[in-house]
Design a protein around this ligand. Structure first.
Ligand SMILES: C[S@@+](CC[C@H](N)C(=O)[O-])C[C@H]1O[C@@H](n2cnc3c(N)ncnc32)[C@H](O)[C@@H]1O
Length: 401
């Protein structure tokens, strides 16, 4: 091991911040505690390993211990570079996301082989009124993985302790340290609000992602070219172990159709949806927003679903007849509203209700269905999927106490 002269990192190193056995590889010989690396520890050549450049850091105004740094890794799994703006602690704990994936392990984890459609079944073209967009160049079948990408920039969302100017400097550094090809593609992405260009690009195109369970903004090339629709034909799922964002066909898509995702959670009411879209800097012109009649019908159904879900918590409905009646109605409304991607979350709620009722068999059934749906729609190791798996793990253990 290298010696680590940083006073705080020593303690953190002893505690071993990240899971010692990286989730990407089951090999026992890979067990090691990652070192904490920042601008002070990386004074010797290569002592900033595994990063490609020595990290550049800024200190918080009132707390000199908290640093925010830019870490760059030039070649993530042969695809692109990645720059991460985060704390040294998170970078150290989350650095196993840089490891190459052992394919046998990945298949075992996911339960199926991961295949991205090749050649890509889409083209990126100018779309009137929306800038560039993505168009299907052939018939696409439900479930096809259209894109699978790693982020080129990640930035921690809670940057409150640091000066905004300092954060912008780190962002600038994040951009210039990317390999030339990725930097050019990143700088060509859409921007909408003005200000420093990379900041504007991040705010116009990023997705929320977790690094070491902490919220970050993630910028994904290509995925960023997909425009918004309230009833999209694609959904995206995220892996916190690999940082991969997969874009998958929600249903069958005809050649020539524009490929779309929803920039907002799918189940919002029209007013909430429109206001979020306006924050994005454009107007929602989907029929679900633009047609008064359609949005009223949809809002009514969604409010109904919400009410039915809330009723499941009420003691007077806590019997099998009332619960099953509500489940049938929720599923019917969910299908009518195109909210299939959220059914896993509903199953998880229902599993919980059955557990509270003491019906562990039904709780297990719904818990298993929740895991299956969440693996497919949210991601095999998404936080929501992990929560559903923990529920199943605890189900019988809890009843034996
Ligand atoms: C993530 S980018 C999508 C790709 C973008 N059109 C481009 O040229 O790269 C988001 C930007 O695309 C535009 N956009 C996305 N969906 C739209 C929609 N449904 N209607 C109008 N503009 C849209 C907005 O300007 C938004 O700020």
């Amino acid at each position: 091991y290298q010696t680590n002269p940083h006073p705080h990192s020593h303690i953190l190193y002893e505690q071993c911040l990240s899971s010692a056995l990286g989730p990407l590889s089951p090999r026992i010989e890979d067990m090691s505690c990652p070192l904490l690396i920042d601008d002070e520890t990386s004074y010797e050549r290569r002592s900033w390993y595994p990063w490609t450049f020595p990290p550049v850091c800024v200190k918080a105004e009132n707390d000199t211990r908290s640093k925010l740094c830019t870490f760059t890794y030039a070649n993530l799994r042969g695809e692109a570079g990645i720059s991460i703006i985060t704390t040294p602690e998170i970078a150290s704990a989350g650095r196993n996301v840089l490891e190459d994936i052992d394919p046998r392990w990945a298949v075992w984890e996911r339960n199926h082989v991961h295949t991205v459609s090749t050649p890509p079944p889409y083209e990126i073209k100018d779309i009137g009124g929306k800038g560039l967009g993505v168009i299907a160049n052939r018939y696409i079948q439900q479930g096809e993985i259209i894109m699978s990408r790693f982020p080129v920039i990640l930035r921690m969302i809670d940057i409150e302790p640091w000066k905004y100017r300092d954060v912008l400097q780190l962002l600038h550094r994040a951009g210039i340290q990317l390999p030339t090809k990725d930097k050019a593609a990143m700088l060509a992405l859409a921007h909408s609000k003005g200000g420093y260009i990379v900041d504007d690009i991040m705010n116009t195109n990023s997705f929320g992602v977790l690094l070491d369970d902490v919220d970050h903004q993630g910028l994904y090339l290509d995925v960023s070219r997909i425009n918004h629709a309230c009833k999209p034909n694609l959904f995206n799922r995220f892996s916190s172990t690999t940082l991969a964002m997969e874009v998958v066909a929600y249903h069958n898509i005809d050649k020539g159709e524009e490929l779309t995702i929803s920039y907002t959670p799918l189940n919002l009411l029209s007013e909430q949806r429109q206001s979020l879209i306006q924050d994005w800097g454009f107007n929602c012109t989907c029929s679900l927003c633009a047609s008064r009649e359609e949005s009223q019908i949809s809002d009514r159904r969604r409010t109904n679903m919400q009410r039915l879900l809330e009723e499941l918590d009420e003691p007077r409905y806590q019997n099998h007849g009332a619960i099953n009646e509500r489940i049938d109605k929720i599923i019917e409304l969910c299908n009518k509203e195109g909210l299939r991607a959220q059914i896993g979350d509903f199953y998880a709620i229902i599993a919980d209700v059955f557990q509270n009722l003491g019906d562990l068999k039904s709780a297990e059934n719904y818990g298993r269905m929740a895991v299956k749906e969440l693996r497919y729609y949210a991601g095999y190791d998404h936080e929501r999927t992990r929560n559903a798996l923990t529920f199943l793990d605890n189900l019988y253990r809890g009843s034996q106490l």
